[in-house]
Ligand binder design. Structure first.
Ligand code: AP5
Ligand code: MG
Length: 207
């Protein structure tokens, strides 16, 4: 299956993709995670991306599309993949069509008020890659899975969250209509409990 998870910042794309990619045995490809890794390593891609990410803007298509095309050409994508955070505008969607044929696009919908609470309370573990929320953590600083030190993402501050939401509404949300028109859109309610969202996604993909 060649899948895309669409949805606003904080909808749960990464949380759901981690589970669904394991269930379906396909690689989870998050462009946000790829950029953050590139920034930590100080690669040319990371250096180009940093100012955009810090500001909540999209990294230019010239950088992003090439990075994704190279990743999809790797051997582990031969039997399918789950893209999380790509495409994010119409030009990226059209570029993806030139590279690969999609099976389905899952749109995870959540209202803005909920997203702000989710993003401002998110904690991530740089050691194991886990994503958590302070409301479910016994200790905000300690990873419940590996004991590593939890941190807050640099772009999870109020000003950058506001920019990310407006970029989503202006540039990314039109993709739901675009993929609905192609007959491959599956919509799920991302405001439900995590396990219920996972069930909705797996049921929609089994249809
Ligand atoms: P990216 O890393 O993709 O960030 P994003 O789209 O803003 O999405 P998030 O990762 O913030 O949210 P998510 O939907 O994954 O939610 P999560 O599962 O963590 O992109 C970052 C930046 O990189 C962009 O701003 C841009 O600059 C650049 N970039 C990336 N891709 C690009 C592209 N294609 N083109 C150009 N630039 C690009 O969950 C959030 C929180 O909610 C967590 O705390 C979690 O525990 C909690 N939660 C999840 N599900 C539930 C639930 N059901 N109920 C309650 N809480 C929940
Ligand atoms: Mg994510």
């Amino acid at each position: 299956m060649n899948l895309v998870f669409l949805g606003p910042p904080g909808a749960g794309k990464g949380t759901q993709a981690a589970v669904v990619s394991q269930t379906l045995k396909i690689p989870h490809i998050s462009t946000g995670d790829m950029f953050r890794k590139a920034m930590r390593e100080g690669t040319p891609t990371g250096l180009k991306a940093k100012a955009y990410i810090d500001n909540g803007q999209l990294v230019p298509d010239s950088v992003t599309i090439e990075m994704v095309a190279e990743r999809l050409a790797e051997a582990d994508c031969a039997n399918g993949y789950l893209l999380d955070g790509f495409p994010r505008n119409l030009d990226q969607a059209k570029a993806l069509e030139g590279i690969s044929k999609l099976t389905a696009v899952v749109d995870i919908a959540v209202a803005d008020e909920k997203l702000i609470a989710r993003l401002s309370g998110r904690r991530v573990c740089p050691k194991c890659g886990g994503t958590y929320h302070i409301t479910k953590l016994a200790d905000e600083k300690v990873c419940p899975d590996c004991g590593g030190e939890l941190i807050q993402r640099d772009d999870d501050n109020p000003a950058t969250i506001a920019n990310r939401l407006s970029v989503y509404h202006a540039q990314t949300s039109p993709l739901t209509e675009y993929y609905a028109g192609k007959g491959i859109l599956k919509q799920v309610d991302g405001a439900l409990q995590m396990e219920e969202v996972t069930s909705q996604i797996l049921n929609a993909l089994a249809e």
